[in-house]
Design a protein around this ligand. Sequence first.
Ligand code: ADP
Length: 476
Amino acid sequence: MKVLFVSWELAPFFKLGGLGDISKSLPKALSSIGVDIRVIVPFYKVFKFFGQRKKKVNEFFLDYDGKKNRIEIYQISFLDEDIPVYLLKNADYLSIPFDDTFPFFNLAITKIIEKDLLKWTPEIIHCNDHHTGLIPFLIKHNGLPFKTLFTIHNLIFQGQQLVDKIEKMGIDSKKCRVLRWEIKKRQINFLTEAIIHTDLINTVSPTYAKEILTEEYGAGLDEILNSKKDKIYGILNGIDYDFGSPLKDKNIIYHYKADSQTTDNYPQKIYSVIEGKKLNKLYLQEKLGLSVNEKIPLFGFIGRFDAKQKGLDIMHKMLRRLNFNKYQFVFLGHGDENWETRYFWFSSFYPKSVYCRFEFNEKLASQIYAAADFLLIPSKFEPCGLIQMIAMRYGTLPIARATGGLKDSIEDGVDGFLFDDYSSSDLERKLKFAIKIWREDKKRYHQMVKVAMNKDFSWDKSAKEYLSLYQKLLEQ
Ligand code: ADP
């Protein structure tokens, strides 16, 4: 089975959020169960190669916006794995992302498979998010014999652009099947086009697959999605077990393990989870200028500062009510400047209790996962979420809203905490309940940590589910 996996983010070369992680881990897991999978991404200026060697495998010209544009195809190996990754290089459209990048990229992909420019013909094109949204349309419009699976990682990002992009691709917008009402507004919506034209759709958790059919979570596309209900599936993401573990993470000082793990062959000293987390906490408190005291519960937050999704408003409202002598918070993330300023206010007034860092910082993220007692994830919606899985792997219990992938991956009171209402009061109630267990029922708390650390979030199960979707596609 041959699959071309198309994405615009790929960790560790270029990553903004969860999609970058998934584009790395899922192909790896699929390759290990026998899928001949190859990954293709734009070659951005910011791409970091980490010493990887790249070789040019082909070049071609693409007609776009009335010009012939030269595209070079480079290939690298996927870090230590034997999965070819192709990079498409064009200085005008693909080096810094802007509106034309995505139609240009989508058209280039279609041309590559149509003309067999990789000297390898996929049967399935696995598209990810709106950046690849026109590929299913282009395949259908050109009558090409490829099946498409479209994965929605986040419905909120839809990629709306002027309809001139269709014309720039050399297609008469009056003669093609792009959605008429969007055309009237002189806009096309990449995600809508993908939903209409793709053969199968999946989202990144079973709960989110159901939620997006409702008006509340449908981001304006619930009616279209309902009309395609029979071809929508939900598959929970996994996390990469080769990286990001408190046993091996190079970003943390004190390595530790779950009670059940054996660590005879590790070169460095390995602590028990209780001791290891305590040492990491004291280290981080000191490093960030917080009061150094293991008895104060430490809460972490790691994620994009996205006011629509990540629950910044209810968390902020709750913080305004708390007594900062009793709690500590570390916020890591960046995005909405207004919210950054509002959170910064807490850290400037309560520097011994609140620390904020508004940037992408993998080292600090690891140190928070290792040091915090709890991770706050008060999301309004969360298609899957990786942070709760990473936190649990580090023995840090998530306190999360029961939505999307959070609901599918956390068992309330067993390996984390879930609250239902999107409100500061429900969040506060759950936070205080969690602290009560942490303070007064150590036995239960340690049991929860143990269950969380041993929970299986490896990609194996999800990869098998993707394989069966691929099989379904080929049987269609
Ligand atoms: P989303 O895809 O909505 O951004 P996820 O929970 O799926 O959220 O994935 C977020 C990923 O990005 C996780 O690996 C998390 O550790 C990482 N991450 C998010 N923000 C930061 C940050 N500011 N610094 C370092 N890593 C971050």
